[in-house]
Design a protein around this ligand. Structure first.
Ligand SMILES: Cc1cc2nc3c(=O)[nH]c(=O)nc-3n(C[C@H](O)[C@H](O)[C@H](O)COP(=O)(O)O)c2cc1C
Length: 343
């Protein structure tokens, strides 16, 4: 793959720093707050026996929770990935790593992404920007990224708005669906398509289903806003103003889940973008998602320790379990059938 400047590594370091120190929230909410569960005073369930486990791409996981793709490529990012992987392994939940483009450009960086030895049993997802397929990335490179981390799947992220507002962005998104289709056909593992915080529309979902993706992560609006992150990286006042104009952009997570579920009734759907509690995850599942993913909140905990990440994971799991108990859903299939109240 061709080398690009300015350095992908420098950008990744900026991203971590900005996410940790600045308010980068979307101007929109996820929309999940508009829904509530019907309370069940007589659930006829034993809380301790409420089952949260499910199978994901042939592996059993203990709860419908994903550590969303974030980082790699620098020393600090490598440490964060190792902390996240240890916590994910202990909790038995899946994890994505950040874009591996830097390691395809410079194989010396591969170690900052290689966390399999810390997480031998969980579903682990490789990550690359889909747009790179228009800038020299090949299906063989995608397979190298998967092999590099012994991944169970490849997440291809779609981030047109982020690329458009960043000073050094790759903005040719033409003809990408066909190239994604080729990757889906050639890869040895499932391909998951993912936004980064502006959601998947019905048109995009149809294109992705036609391309043959095995799952979609809606990564909707309501959480981390990448135009806000890029606003903090802007080099000129004009760039800053352009980026800040998009603070309210995107399809809220709650809406995107329902849109994608309609287009793809059978596909696993990951719900991310502003998910901040186990109640949010349970709502996302009742609206049609398979599991919920979080990025920003886990980043902050990962700067502390695996124990801090694990505490957060356990809190989310407890909240999902109590939500299911209090609405009378004994397992995730039952949770998926609960009718939420709107308004
Ligand atoms: C520091 C950081 C780095 C990220 N890097 C990537 C990435 O490399 N690839 C990707 O697909 N998404 C990336 N994301 C996006 C997240 O996976 C997620 O879709 C988005 O942040 C919305 O989730 P949140 O509101 O829980 O943060 C990153 C998020 C954060 C916070």
């Amino acid at each position: 793959m061709a080398k690009k400047t300015p350095s992908t590594r420098a950008r990744k370091a900026d991203h971590i720093q900005i996410n940790l120190t600045e308010d980068v929230r979307s101007g929109q909410s996820t929309g999940l707050e508009k829904y509530s569960f019907p309370h069940q005073a007589l659930p006829e369930l034993d809380l301790g026996k409420v089952r949260l486990n499910l199978s994901l791409f042939g592996k059993d996981i203990s709860a419908p929770l994903l550590i969303s793709s974030m980082t790699g490529g620098t020393e600090e990012a490598g440490r964060i990935n190792r902390v996240l992987a240890q916590a994910a392994q202990r909790a038995g939940i899946p994890m994505g790593i950040g874009s591996q483009r830097a390691a395809l450009e410079d194989p010396k960086l591969a170690g900052t992404f290689q966390v399999r030895k810390f997480a031998p049993d969980i579903p682990l997802f490789a990550n690359l920007g889909a747009v790179q397929l228009n800038y020299g990335l090949t299906a063989e490179d995608c397979q190298r990224a998967v092999d590099m981390i012994e991944a169970d799947g490849l997440i291809l992220h779609l981030n047109p708005l982020q690329e458009a507002v960043m000073p050094d962005g790759d903005t040719d998104f033409s003809g990408l669906a066909k190239k994604i289709e080729r990757v889906c056909k050639q890869l040895s593992v499932p391909v998951i398509a993912k936004e980064v915080g502006w959601g998947i529309s019905d048109k995009a979902a149809s294109q992705l289903v036609d391309a043959g993706v095995s799952a979609i992560d809606v990564a909707g609006a309501g959480g981390t806003s990448w135009s806000e992150v890029e606003m903090h990286r802007a080099e000129t006042e004009t760039q800053r103003k352009v980026a800040s104009s998009f603070v309210d952009w995107g399809i809220p997570t709650a809406e995107s889940i329902q849109i994608v579920r309609k287009i793809a009734p059978e596909l696993p759907i990951f719900a991310s973008g502003g998910i901040r509690s186990g109640v949010d995850i349970a709502k996302a599942i009742a609206l049609g998602a398979t599991l919920g993913g979080l990025a920003g909140p886990f980043l902050k905990a990962a700067t502390e320790s695996p124990e801090a990440v694990l505490l957060e994971i356990e809190r989310f799991i407890r909240e999902i379990q109590i939500t299911m108990f209090a609405c009378g859903a004994g397992d995730l299939t039952a949770l998926g059938k609960i009718q939420l109240k709107k308004g």
